[in-house]
Design a protein around this ligand. Structure first.
Ligand SMILES: [Zn+2]
Length: 229
């Protein structure tokens, strides 16, 4: 896929995220990896007004610019500054080589659980699409900081998603479509888990049952070449 097409797809994904009701206003952000850099939604701009060339491009760290940062600022190019959560996105690409897209939102039920600092236990077999259960809740850190990014990556060990304490959620996928699908599924299970708590709490799946479904679901929702459509 050309960078131009990928830029258009990042914007389309951000718009779709709002249409699907998993994000409000400009609180969430979307990025896609392209070679040794990422394209990310800019800070505080209404997605409907974005044009492909508006997306900032951030270079990943090199020996010359450790952390991708020059004098405390990200090494970015474009007319608009990157989302304040660029460190979160960058840390995920660095930690998970299969990650090609990252979506961060304040989706309601994921955030309800994150506010209560609850993880999502093995309450539904679909958690297998994230590598298993639980979906952990990352320890609290101030948004936009490296500590926030590091804690999220830690909570995503062996997973492609986590909740972010008193904040929201984040997922990665092997394409933008794949990441969007995972974001919707995570919010759906968060909603279902929340409601199960209201009727006495879930009966949890065993480790063996979860391991079985996780193995079966690996790769589910992602067709090779999907990113090139
Ligand atoms: Zn946020």
């Amino acid at each position: 896929m050309t960078e131009g097409k990928l830029r258009a797809e990042v914007i389309a994904t951000a718009l779709k995220m709002n249409e699907l009701g998993i994000n409000q206003g400009t609180s969430g952000n979307v990025s896609a990896r392209t070679h040794n850099r990422m394209l990310i939604t800019p800070t505080s701009v209404v997605y409907g007004e974005l044009r492909p060339d508006d997306l900032p491009r951030l270079e990943f760290p090199t020996p010359d610019f450790p952390g991708g940062v020059i004098a405390g600022e990200p090494d970015w190019h474009g007319p608009l500054a990157p989302s304040s959560e660029w460190r979160l996105h960058q840390a995920i690409y660095q930690a998970f080589p299969r990650a090609q897209a990252v979506i961060h939102t304040h989706a309601t039920f994921s955030t309800v659980l994150a506010i209560a600092r609850r993880e999502i236990p093995a309450c539904h077999y679909m958690l297998g699409i994230f590598g298993g259960a639980p979906i952990r809740c990352a320890a609290y850190a101030t948004f936009g900081t490296q500590e926030f990014a590091d804690r999220a990556v830690e909570a995503m060990t062996g997973r492609s998603a986590c909740l972010l304490a008193n904040h929201g959620m984040v997922v990665w996928g092997e394409s933008l479509k794949h990441a969007l699908w995972r974001a919707v599924e995570l919010e759906t299970v968060a909603n279902q888990y929340y409601h199960s708590l209201l009727i006495g709490g879930p009966v949890l799946l065993s480790d063996d049952e979860m391991a079985d479904t996780a193995a079966k679901l690996d790769g589910y929702g992602h067709r090779p070449g999907m990113a090139d459509e």
